[in-house]
Design a protein around this ligand. Structure first.
Ligand code: PMM
Length: 272
């Protein structure tokens, strides 16, 4: 999954694809480079970010989703808002990626149940403005898994078919770096959360995240610039794919697409 943030201030590529034509061209490039899905988002979820209005989000993503879908790209809409998801599906998006797992907008579950599209349910403890205050865990794997299980129970009770659901541990969202590293080493447990339909497909969003930048930086207060984290992202993609991840969400596609193919080949060999 290649990412386009149509925002002036995202985590990792803020501002670069804010212009509509640039965003569309970049989406086509991501698909040509081997992304099976292109994820289009209009709202920054960088720690501390404030929300934008629904109209502004629609203005940012609408034309980009329409153009990419018309060009035959499989588009995912990265939104917490039911109205944005609905408009994007109407414009040809095929998947909804909701970092709040349905918690931010009570109408989302009903739309997903009716639309019957794949739905990414990320672990989330609240909006970005103060989410890092909620990065408190006694056992991060147990708590993330329990909270995701509760979401799956609520979403399926609202009529969503469990086969529509993709689970995401939410690296960097209400997580300190140590939490994200621990979660990465326990992906099979996250897939097997407490639900009769488990294991679920898992999506991993590690690309250019702060926990990588901090590990590779010159010191605690000098994280490596995000653009210098792409090789490290490829390393994590290989690891996540070998651990059974269904999808990796990344900003730069070519190296990651190669890593997925290498992991698939190694996986075949392991099964022999
Ligand atoms: N991370 C970001 C945005 N959307 N969606 C999912 N499912 N998982 C993630 O980890 C995720 C996401 C923030 O990253 P960016 O602003 O660097 O793209």
């Amino acid at each position: 999954m290649g990412v386009i943030n149509v925002t002036p201030d995202s985590f990792s590529d803020g501002g670069k694809w804010f212009g509509r034509e640039d965003a569309i061209a970049h989406g086509l490039e991501l698909a040509a480079a081997g992304a099976d899905i292109v994820d289009v988002g209009g709202e920054s979820t960088r720690p501390g970010a404030l929300r934008i209005s629904e109209d502004e989000e629609l203005r940012r993503v609408g034309p980009v989703v329409t153009a990419l879908a018309e060009a035959g790209v499989v588009v995912s809409i990265d939104t917490m808002r039911v109205r944005v998801a609905e408009r994007a599906l109407g414009a040809g998006a095929r998947l909804v990626n909701d970092v709040s797992g349905g918690l931010a907008d009570p109408g989302m579950a009903g739309l997903i149940a009716d639309a019957r599209v794949p739905y990414v349910v990320m672990h989330w403890r609240g909006h970005s403005v103060d989410m890092q205050d909620r990065a408190i865990y006694a056992d991060v794997v147990k708590e993330v898994t329990a909270e995701l299980s509760a979401r799956v129970t609520a979403l399926t009770a609202a009529g969503i078919d469990p086969a529509q659901l993709i689970i995401d541990p939410g690296l960097g969202f209400a997580k300190l770096p140590a939490h994200s590293w621990t979660l990465l080493t326990r992906l099979p447990e996250i897939a097997c959360l407490d639900h009769p339909a488990a294991p679920f497909p898992v999506l991993v969003g590690a690309s250019r995240k702060g926990f990588i930048a901090r590990l590779l930086g010159a010191g605690p207060d000098a994280p490596r610039p995000f653009a210098g984290c792409d090789d490290a992202t490829v390393a994590l993609t290989t690891y996540a794919a070998l651990a059974g991840a269904w999808c990796v969400r990344v900003h730069s596609v070519p190296g990651n697409a190669d890593a997925v193919r290498i992991a698939a080949r190694l996986g075949e060999e392991r099964q022999l």
